[in-house]
Design a protein around this ligand. Structure first.
Ligand code: SF4
Length: 191
């Protein structure tokens, strides 16, 4: 059966993290994955991005379903609960705001550029080899911070894929929760 071009978008997940490993400035490209689901939800009021175009969702399905890396178990109910999903969304947005804040204080000259990637919001890993093309410090600071966020969420998604069903990350993915909220609001507007 002929496959559609968008069924290969999972490759972008690998390319994105690979590029950020060698040059942190590519981390900025992650904003595409950040804003596209929102643009789809606001513009069309549907979850077509998640269902069809999300590289990350496809990546988990490819590893978990096609290559059998997933145990295929159901997630515990607390992970699926609204309380957890909304709390995680708030936490994630808080962490995104802290990336913006750190970018701002570097821009304002209050703090020097920190060439580290922080995993799980606590583990600092030196990442200075990936800062080879020097630009304004705040541009690089945002890249380090945003890459940290993207890598942490990717690792969480992989762990969830291994332990539970392949696309279990999508149950509590902050972008998925946000787009779901937007779609609900838009469908209520139509009533
Ligand atoms: S829920 Fe998140 S990871 Fe899953 S398909 Fe949607 S945007 Fe992608």
């Amino acid at each position: 059966m002929k496959r559609h071009w968008y069924e290969y978008l999972w490759i972008w997940s690998i390319v994105y993290f690979g590029m950020g490993f060698f040059n942190i400035l590519f981390a900025w490209l992650g904003l595409i994955s950040f804003f596209l689901p929102l643009i789809f939800a606001i513009g069309f009021g549907n979850k077509n991005f998640c269902n069809r175009y999300c590289d990350r969702g496809q990546f988990f399905r490819m590893l978990g379903s096609q290559h059998g890396f997933s145990r295929g178990r159901d997630m515990p109910n607390w992970l699926k609960s609204k309380t957890f999903r909304y709390s995680f969304l708030i936490f994630f947005l808080g962490m995104f705001c802290s990336v913006i804040y750190n970018t701002y204080i570097v821009f304002a000259g209050v703090k020097n550029l920190n060439e580290i990637v922080t995993l799980f919001w606590t583990i600092d890993i030196p990442w200075n080899w990936a800062y080879t093309v020097h630009v304004e410090s705040w541009i690089a600071q945002f890249a380090f911070g945003f890459y940290s966020l993207m890598l942490t969420s990717m690792i969480l998604g992989i762990l969830t894929m291994l332990l539970f069903k392949p696309r279990s990350w999508c149950v509590y993915c902050p972008m998925g929760t946000m787009t779901q909220m937007i779609c609900k609001l838009k469908s209520n507007e139509k009533i």
